[in-house]
Ligand binder design. Structure first.
Ligand code: DX5
Ligand code: ZN
Length: 219
């Protein structure tokens, strides 16, 4: 089993003190920083673009995991690539997914494919051999702080077993509603990277303590 990584999402962080929040996550033992880019089209809300990511790049040495929740993600890839460890694109808006994935790699980052709860797993089957990671959405994307849809863990299980056959080194992430009470189930289902937003950044709580609780729960 690969090492379990925690990837805090800044979506529910205090944007007025964002650099401080990010440094607290780094000091608290985060492995990656998950950055949720939303365009108001693929999902209803708009978050931020590459200029904010560029500013954060100066504040931390954590690898950046960019989650593009945008239509025509291939048009955004060049804006984010220089800051990214991994760029993740959604299958639902990528008619030529394998071309987009190989373009991300050609430009110098790791590539990931994301799949929404309502999208059948078969949609990404032909891409599993081409990716560095798969991101299973355990909520309908658009907002932080939603409850996990537990049925999606069955999809995680099936993808892990398919990856074992075609791409055993690929990472498998879960994104949405991860907290200490379900982190163990996510890992048991085969996930090795846990995105955690509101379970890390929540008003009145300490980022480092939240990360430690998640780490213990993830095992
Ligand atoms: C939602 C995002 C997630 C999410 C994480 O569309 O992709 O990264 O906000 O936040 P929590 O952990 O609060 O669901
Ligand atoms: Zn995300």
């Amino acid at each position: 089993m690969p090492t379990i990584k925690l990837a805090p999402s800044i979506l529910t962080a205090d944007f007025g003190r964002l650099a401080e929040e990010v440094r607290a996550a780094e000091a608290g033992g985060a492995d990656l920083l998950h950055l949720d880019v939303m365009d108001g089209r693929f999902v209803p809300s708009i978050t931020f673009g590459h200029t904010l990511v560029a500013a954060l790049r100066k504040e931390t040495s954590l690898p950046f995991d960019i989650h593009l929740m945008v239509v025509e993600p291939e048009r955004q890839v060049p804006f984010f690539i220089e800051f990214a460890d991994t760029v993740n694109v959604h299958i639902e808006v990528s008619p030529h997914i394998n071309r987009t994935l190989s373009e991300i790699r050609r430009l110098g980052a790791r590539c990931g494919v994301c799949i929404n709860p309502g999208t059948p797993l078969e949609a990404i089957e032909e891409s599993l051999a081409e990716v560095d990671q798969v991101m299973v959405m355990t909520i309908n994307p658009g907002w932080g702080g939603q409850r996990m849809i537990p049925a999606q863990l069955e999809k995680v299980r099936r993808i892990r077993s398919m990856l074992e056959a075609v791409n055993p080194r690929a990472d498998l992430m879960v994104d949405g509603g991860v907290k200490a009470s379900n982190a163990g189930q996510c890992v048991a289902a085969g996930a090795n990277i846990l995105v955690c937003g509101s379970s890390v950044f929540a008003p009145g709580t300490a980022v480092a303590a939240n990360l430690s609780a998640l780490r213990r729960a993830a095992g």
